[in-house]
Design a protein around this ligand. Structure first.
Ligand code: CP3
Length: 340
């Protein structure tokens, strides 16, 4: 598989590309399936429909990898937290975690209740062309804990940061519990057939340096080490968003570092490019305009070269009103400009 080879810096015929949030609302075909499902969580829990939307970007855009269609919040949901997605408001947990008793009340083995995810993986892997990879994923412990403590999206992260500074013991108890669940969950995704794993730490940037390493990064390294020990053949991609200032402290047993759009590729290459394959990092908003897309691709390829060590991606998820034509153009352009 071109994508998996690229994760291990092996020679490939061109630089592979996939896009974060490549299955989603910008695709009319996705909206059609979601309409049939009724709502987003029902879609996540229906393996046939989830498999169908996982495969759409492969058929429509010809990206090199599919990413499992699900959500990072299924773990806290299956730990017993009531979750709903509100229109315009995003995800909401009705009873956020606030105390050690709340942490202890969470169910320990959510991976046992996530059978619909493994079934989706089996269906996708049996349908997906052999040369295309399937990426499994999880949220990072810190990002999941943030949603669980804030009860949803947040601007100031006041509730979780209060825990960071005033009640770190409770937060570590939560992070340990969530990390153990993530390990078991990702292992089951691998057993069901995914070819690579990405861990999204979307809210890494909420923490000052020392706290980032204590409450976020150390847990990511622990999860990566657990998986690498058991499945060295499965590449691990870590995507901590918004930590350009902390790159000199980044180290661990993973394969690919996901670079967000706010981190200059030159800087990521200088700090991490020898040790890790880099994935990224075009600003998703460039996809609104064809010329801006071309300029973005050319700049990134100028830095990374048409050679092993780079996987093309956006620097965060696709926006819901992205023109499909521009997304197709992006894939063609990256393949054409990097062919060797
Ligand atoms: O295509 C893919 O990338 C695979 C599927 C995927 C989804 N969410 C589908 C989804 C993946 C990998 C995610 C990860 C995810 N979910 C993250 C980490 C990545 C990131 O963006 O930083 C986060 C923070 C979430 C939590 C989440 N899920 C939010 C905040 C929202 C609402 C915001 C929004 O865009 O509406 C979701 C819902 C969600 N997850 C949608 C999709 C396609 C939109 C649901 C819909 O309206 O149909």
């Amino acid at each position: 598989m071109i994508f998996v080879d690229a994760c291990f810096r092996k020679p490939t015929p061109y630089t592979p590309i996939w896009m974060m949030r490549q299955a989603g609302r910008y695709l009319p075909e996705y909206m059609e399936v979601r309409r049939k499902a009724g709502d987003f969580l029902t879609l996540c829990k229906d393996p046939q429909m989830a498999a169908e939307v996982t495969l759409q970007p492969i058929e429509i855009l010809d990206v090199d990898a599919a990413i499992l269609f699900s959500d990072i919040l299924v773990i806290p949901m299956e730990m017993g937290m009531e979750l709903r997605f509100e229109k315009g408001e995003g995800p909401v947990f009705s009873k956020p975690v606030a105390t050690l008793a709340d942490v202890e009340a969470l169910y320990d083995y959510p991976e046992e209740r996530l059978g619909y995810v493994y079934e989706t993986i089996r269906i996708v892997r049996s349908t997906l062309p052999q040369e295309k990879a399937l990426i499994g994923f999880s949220g990072a412990p810190w990002t999941l804990a943030t949603y669980m403590v804030e009860g949803g999206g947040s601007k100031s992260y006041a509730a979780i940061k209060q825990m960071v500074y005033a009640d770190p013991g409770t937060l570590h108890a939560l992070l340990i519990k969530v990390s153990e669940a993530i390990k078991a969950y990702l292992l089951k995704q691998i057993e069901a057939g995914v070819n690579a794993i990405q861990i999204f730490d979307s809210w890494a940037s909420a923490l000052e340096r020392e706290k980032f390493f204590e409450f976020s990064w150390d847990y990511l390294v622990d999860i990566a080490a657990f998986l690498k020990e058991r499945h060295p053949e499965i590449p691990i991609i870590l995507f901590p968003k918004g930590i350009a200032g902390y790159l000199d402290g980044i180290e661990g047993p993973f394969d690919v570092f996901g670079v967000d759009w706010g981190t200059p590729m030159e800087l990521a290459k200088k700090r991490l490019g020898k040790r890790y394959v880099l994935q990224g990092n075009m600003d998703p908003a460039r996809l609104y305009d064809r010329e801006a897309t071309k300029e973005g691709v050319e700049r990134i390829i100028e830095v990374m070269g048409a050679r092993p060590g780079h996987i093309f991606n956006l620097g965060h998820g696709m926006l819901p009103d992205t023109p499909v034509e521009n997304a197709k153009y992006l894939v063609e352009l990256v393949h054409d400009l990097t062919r060797r």
